[in-house]
Design a protein around this ligand. Structure first.
Ligand SMILES: [Zn+2]
Length: 159
């Protein structure tokens, strides 16, 4: 059995190579959800949905070869962050979509040298990690960061 990022052998492998910046997989939603669960995708500050197709099978990595980009259907496309060769496993950082991670096992099995040790959310990334992902993250995460920053600067100016 091939070892994949989740340690189970279950994952999504490419059948051809992709160049950096290329859309690797077009995402689509199969239904809105009332709340977060272990297979939900966060699609807004308080909104979750289920992705169809192979999207839910793509594993997390703390050093992923893909990022995410919200498309016109309000689903996430996977976009290559680097050259990806045929037969490689596709991964993205679940923190690119979720502000917090509430439904994953404590230990991350991605095996990346820079593994964070557990699957954590956007709020747990360092500024450098966030910057490294550029715009290949869910846009509402950047909005939420801005709101937090504004709230903090508001507090500081009153003191
Ligand atoms: Zn990891």
């Amino acid at each position: 059995m091939r070892c994949t990022a989740d340690g189970t052998g279950d994952g999504v492998l490419t059948t051809r190579s992709f160049a950096a910046g290329e859309t690797v997989m077009v995402g689509f939603l199969v239904g809105a959800l009332k709340e977060n669960d272990s297979h939900a995708t966060q699609v807004g500050p308080d909104r979750w949905a289920r992705h169809g197709g192979l999207g839910p099978k793509v594993n997390h990595s703390c050093d992923p070869n893909c990022g995410v980009r919200l498309n016109d259907e309000q689903a996430f496309d996977l976009v290559a962050r680097q050259q990806i060769h045929a037969g490689q496993e596709l991964t993205f950082d679940y923190a690119m979509r979720n502000f917090t991670i509430d439904h994953f096992p404590a230990v991350c099995l991605c095996g990346a040298p820079r593994c964070r040790g557990s699957v954590t959310g956007w709020k747990d990334l360092t500024a450098a990690q966030k910057a490294g992902y550029g715009d290949l993250v869910a846009p509402y995460l950047l909005t939420m960061d801005n709101e937090i920053r504004l709230a903090h600067s508001g507090t500081a100016s009153t003191g």
